[in-house]
Design a protein around this ligand. Structure first.
Ligand code: NDP
Length: 446
C-alpha cells in the first residue's frame, strides 16, 4: 500500500469512528477518498498538513428548535440545522432543504460535496448546507410562512452576506426564500445579499430558477461533445419533477433530445413523444399538484421508480434525490442502452452504481460538477446585489454557460494530467480537492 493510500484509509477510519451511523456522510467521503490518491501522491504537503482530516470535519454545526403554530392551532416543533462546512474559499454557501428525511448525516454529506462543487465554479465561495425535517408537502401558504418565519428567527444570527448565504434546495423554492427573507428583514434590516434564489421582484437574479437544470445540460453537452456525441436525437430519462428536473427537460428539448420520462417520489410519467414542459410547469409550479395530474394523450402514469422502466434510451439525468440509483437500477439502466449518466441531484447514485458506471465506461457527470450551475448563478445573484444592479436573462445565461464549459475544461485537463482517460469522476474529485487543499494550506491550521 502506498503512503498516500495508507493516509487516506487512516483518515477514513477516524471519520467512521466519529460518526458510525452517518451513512450518507460516510458514503460521500468514501466516494471522494476512492479517487484522490494520485493527487496526494503528487504533493507531500497534503499529508504533512493532514489536509484530509481537516477537510472532513465541518467548521461548525448549528442545530436549533423551530416552534410554530399551524393554522389549526396545534403547536408544532421541528428541528433546524446549518452546517458551515468549509470557508477556505469564501463565505459558506449552500441551500436549505425542507424534507422529513433531513438529518445531520444528510446535511454533512451535502455540505461536504458543496464545498468541492463551489470550488469548481472558480467563484469565491465556501461550502455549507442547512434545513429542517419540516415536511412542506400539502401545507397551506400560511403554514409555510409561519414555519419559515420561526426558522429564520433562529437562523438570522448565524448568517450574513459576507459570512453565510443560504439558498434553496428540496422543498425550498422562491416562495420559501421570499418568506425567509421577509423575516430576516424584520429582524436585521434590508440586506438583499443574505439569501439567494430570491424571487426576481425581490432582487433575485433572472435565470436562477433555470440555472441548475440548464447548467446540467450545458455541462453534459460539453462532456458528450468531447466524446463525439451530443444530446441531439437522443432519448433521455430525467428523474424528479421539481425545480432541477423541469429546467433540465426544457433545455434537453432545446438541444434536440427527447425526454421520454420524469418522476416524483410515487411514480413516473412515460411519454414517448416527449414530456410536455408547459403542462409540467403548470402542474408543479402553478397548481402545485402531483404528477398524476399529467394527462396528456399518449402518456402513461406508472407507480414505482423511473429507473425500473425497461425501454431503450441513451442518457440518464437523475434529478430527484440521493441514492435513487442503486446497483440493481444502474445495471438495468446500462442494459437499456444508456451510455451517459449525469447528475442534477446530489449523490443520486450509490457507491455500487458509481462503480458500475466506471467499469462499463459510462460517460459520467458527477453532481459536484454537473449540478454546479445553481450555486454558480446564486453567486451571480450575490454579485448583482452587492453592485445594486441587474443583469438580463441573456447575460446571466451566458455567464452560466461559460462557467459550466470551464468546469468541464478543467476536469478534462485533470484527466489528461493524471492519465485518467475519461474517468471524469476522478477528474472532478481531484480538480476540486487540489483547489480546496491548496487554499487551506495557505491559511495555516485554522
Ligand atoms: P424540488 O423539491 O423542487 O424537487 C424534488 C423532486 O425530487 C420532486 O419531484 C420530488 O418528488 C422528488 N423526490 C424527492 N425525494 C424523493 C425520493 N425519496 N424518491 C423519489 N423522488 C424524490 O427539489 P430540487 O429540484 O431543487 O432538487 C432536486 C435535487 O437537486 C436534490 O438532490 C438537490 O439537492 C439537487 N440540487 C438542487 C439545486 C437547486 O438549485 N435547486 C442545486 C443543486 C443540486 P415529490 O414531489 O414526490 O417529493
Amino acid at each position: 500500500m502506498t503512503a498516500a493510500k495508507e493516509y487516506i484509509e487512516s483518515v477514513y477510519q477516524k471519520v467512521e469512528l466519529r460518526g458510525p451511523h452517518q451513512k450518507e456522510f460516510l458514503q460521500a467521503v468514501r466516494e471522494f477518498f476512492n479517487t484522490i490518491e494520485p493527487a496526494i501522491e503528487n504533493n507531500p504537503d497534503y499529508i504533512k498538513w493532514n489536509v484530509l482530516e481537516q477537510m472532513v470535519e465541518p467548521e461548525r454545526i448549528i442545530t436549533f428548535k423551530i416552534p410554530w403554530m399551524d393554522q389549526a392551532g396545534n403547536v408544532q416543533i421541528n428541528k433546524g440545522y446549518r452546517v458551515q462546512f468549509n470557508s477556505a474559499n469564501g463565505p459558506y454557501k449552500g441551500g436549505l432543504r425542507f424534507h422529513p428525511t433531513v438529518s445531520e448525516s444528510i446535511l454533512k454529506f451535502l455540505g461536504f460535496e458543496q464545498t468541492f462543487k463551489n470550488s469548481l465554479t472558480g467563484l469565491p465561495i465556501g461550502g455549507g448546507k442547512g434545513g429542517s425535517d419540516f415536511n412542506p408537502k400539502g401545507k397551506s401558504d400560511a403554514d409555510i410562512m409561519r414555519f419559515c418565519q420561526s426558522f429564520m428567527t433562529e437562523l438570522y444570527r448565524h448568517i450574513g452576506p459576507q459570512l453565510d448565504v443560504p439558498a434553496g434546495d428540496i422543498g425550498v423554492g422562491g416562495r420559501e426564500i421570499g418568506y425567509l427573507y421577509g423575516q430576516y428583514k424584520r429582524l436585521v434590516g434590508p440586506e438583499t445579499g443574505v439569501l439567494t434564489g430570491k424571487p426576481v421582484v425581490m432582487n433575485g437574479s433572472l435565470g436562477r430558477t433555470e440555472a441548475t437544470g440548464y447548467g446540467l445540460v450545458y455541462y453534459t453537452e460539453e462532456m458528450l461533445q468531447a466524446n463525439n456525441k451530443s444530446f441531439s436525437g437522443q432519448k433521455v430519462i430525467v428523474s424528479g419533477s421539481g425545480n432541477v428536473a423541469i429546467y433540465t427537460i426544457e433545455k434537453v428539448h432545446e438541444y434536440g433530445g427527447t425526454v421520454i420520462a420524469c418522476s416524483d417520489s410515487n411514480g413516473y410519467i412515460y411519454d414517448e413523444n416527449g414530456i410536455d414542459v408547459a403542462l409540467l410547469k403548470d402542474i408543479k409550479e402553478v397548481r402545485r399538484e402531483r404528477l398524476t395530474s399529467y394527462n396528456k394523450e399518449g402518456s402513461r402514469y406508472i407507480e414505482g421508480s423511473v429507473w425500473d422502466l425497461e425501454v431503450a434510451y441513451d442518457i440518464a439525468l437523475p434529478c430527484a434525490t440521493q441514492n435513487e440509483i442503486d446497483g440493481e437500477k444502474a445495471e438495468k439502466l446500462i442494459h437499456n442502452g444508456a451510455y451517459c449518466v449525469s447528475e442534477g441531484a446530489n449523490m443520486p447514485s450509490t457507491l455500487e452504481a458509481v462503480d458500475l458506471y466506471i467499469e462499463n465506461g459510462i460517460l459520467y457527470g458527477p453532481a459536484k460538477a454537473a449540478n454546479a450551475g445553481g450555486v454558480a448563478t446564486s453567486t451571480l445573484e450575490m454579485a448583482q446585489n452587492s453592485a445594486h444592479g441587474h443583469w438580463t436573462m441573456e447575460q446571466v445565461d451566458e455567464k452560466l454557460k461559460q462557467i459550466m464549459v470551464n468546469i468541464f475544461k478543467s476536469v478534462n485537463e485533470t484527466c489528461q494530467e493524471y492519465d485518467l482517460g475519461n474517468n471524469y469522476l476522478a477528474g472532478v474529485n481531484i480538480t476540486s480537492f487540489v483547489k480546496i487543499a491548496d487554499a487551506m494550506i495557505h491559511q495555516g491550521i485554522v
